[in-house]
Design a binder for this molecule. Structure first.
Ligand code: NAD
Ligand code: TYD
Length: 356
């Protein structure tokens, strides 16, 4: 892995993954981060790393759907390995405006696969990052395994399922060396505050309502983002080519339990906002999400048995670290919310200065 292309590296998981590679593993190659910088992409997430590794970290602002731009990236940087995160990632947005999901998640993945296929002799691995949402919904019992049939409910999940199939098909048809990971809900530092956990942390700090869909009984399995990054790297370095690995956090919770725990942890750290005795008073049940999957739970025994990976963070310790990160990074939050970080890009970062 001399020249590793990471797509979507300015987003939540991608930026955690890039930091993980440089600071926690023996990765010694060059990393090329291709990101279109949608609302969810933020250069600030990697500014310290970019400054620390000017020779080994390259940022290319580009759209994965742009075939010419992607071909240029593969050739200019002699890409031999791909780790593909770039996606539209929020279920609620996919319900309102599915077009961008079809475009980036399906067409974009196809464009990257075509680039890799055209250079198959030098491609060591194409790793595709996906979600457990491709499997649809569980009832009260059972777990998703790697052989569970796909049954996606939302446009987001359907677009990810399509991309997973395209990646598998490239392996079967053309022999492209691929791996795929399907993981549960991530949480941790740098998550865009549209997803449940950061949204609730920030609203609870500000004394705003905490929207809980339906009765709050839907269950998600929560995976701390650095555990996820470790799993991806383990798959990339030791996973069997052509194989899918499920990644879970061993932390199934109802949404109402998650929201209540955030309220209680915050109350123990800081006095409640004026006018209330406990942040639990901010919980507001709202209209349910259409097509809302009831329960996700992951059987991740394959990655444990084959690659000796297990999650190390409990939900309680991971959540506490996450809350502390948001408390310590109010500037990041303000810039995200005000659109200030778009100005920050112009002032502090010149793409043309990125090493190559
Ligand atoms: P995110 O929304 O935080 O980041 C996505 C990144 O992709 C952003 O930096 C964005 O600018 C970039 N991007 C979007 N469209 C692009 C395009 N056309 N070209 C180039 N870049 C583009 O997402 P995330 O939460 O970090 O998720 C990363 C990956 O992990 C996604 O593939 C997602 O489906 C998957 N995943 C996420 C979760 C989760 O809980 N967040 C769980 C399972 C799987
Ligand atoms: P979310 O973070 O959007 O992730 P996903 O839809 O990919 O699972 O939502 C996690 C769960 O929380 C999901 O069951 C929907 C629910 N939810 C709420 O109850 N209120 C909210 O404001 C949000 C964003 C999500």
């Amino acid at each position: 892995m001399k020249n590793l292309l990471v797509t979507g590296g300015c987003g939540f998981i991608g930026s955690n993954f890039i930091r993980h590679l440089f600071y926690e593993t023996g990765f010694s190659g060059r990393l090329i981060n291709v990101d279109k910088l949608t609302y969810a992409g933020n250069l600030e997430n990697l500014s310290a790393l970019a400054a620390a590794y000017p020779d080994r970290y390259v940022f290319v602002p580009a759209d994965i759907c742009d075939a010419d731009a992607m071909a240029e990236v593969f050739d200019t940087y002699a890409v031999d390995t791909v780790c593909h995160f770039a996606a539209e990632s929020h279920v609620d947005r996919s319900i309102v405006e599915p077009d961008a999901f079809i475009r980036t998640n399906i067409i974009g993945t196809h464009r990257l696969l075509e680039c890799a296929r055209a250079r198959i002799d030098r491609i060591e691995l194409f790793h595709h990052v996906s979600t457990d949402e491709v499997y649809g919904s569980l009832g009260a019992e059972g777990y998703f395994s790697e052989t569970t049939a796909f049954d996606p409910s939302s446009p987001y999940a359907a677009s990810k399922a399509a991309s997973d199939h395209l990646v598998s098909a490239c392996h079967r048809t053309y022999g492209l060396p691929i791996t795929i990971s399907n993981c549960s809900n991530n949480y941790g530092a740098y998550q865009f505050p549209e997803k449940l956990i950061p949204l609730v942390i920030l609203n609870a700090l500000a004394g705003k309502p905490l929207p809980v869909y339906g009765e709050g009984k839907n269950v998600r399995d929560w995976l701390y983002v650095t555990d996820h990054c470790r799993a991806i790297w383990q798959i990339m370095t030791s996973g069997k080519r052509g194989r899918t690995y499920n990644i879970g956090g061993h932390a199934e919770k109802t949404n109402i339990d998650v929201v209540t725990l955030i309220c209680d942890l915050l109350d123990a750290m800081l006095p409640p906002p004026e006018g209330i005795n406990s942040r639990r008073e901010l919980i507001t049940f709202v209209t349910d999400r259409p097509g809302h999957d009831l329960r996700y739970a992951i059987d991740f025994s394959r990655i444990t048995k084959e690659l000796c990976w297990e999650p190390t963070e409990s939900f309680e310790t991971g959540l506490k670290k996450t809350i502390e990160w948001y408390l310590d990074n109010t500037g990041w939050v303000e810039r995200i919310r005000s659109g200030e970080y778009l100005k920050w890009i112009g002032q502090n970062y010149d793409y043309r200065l990125a090493g190559n």
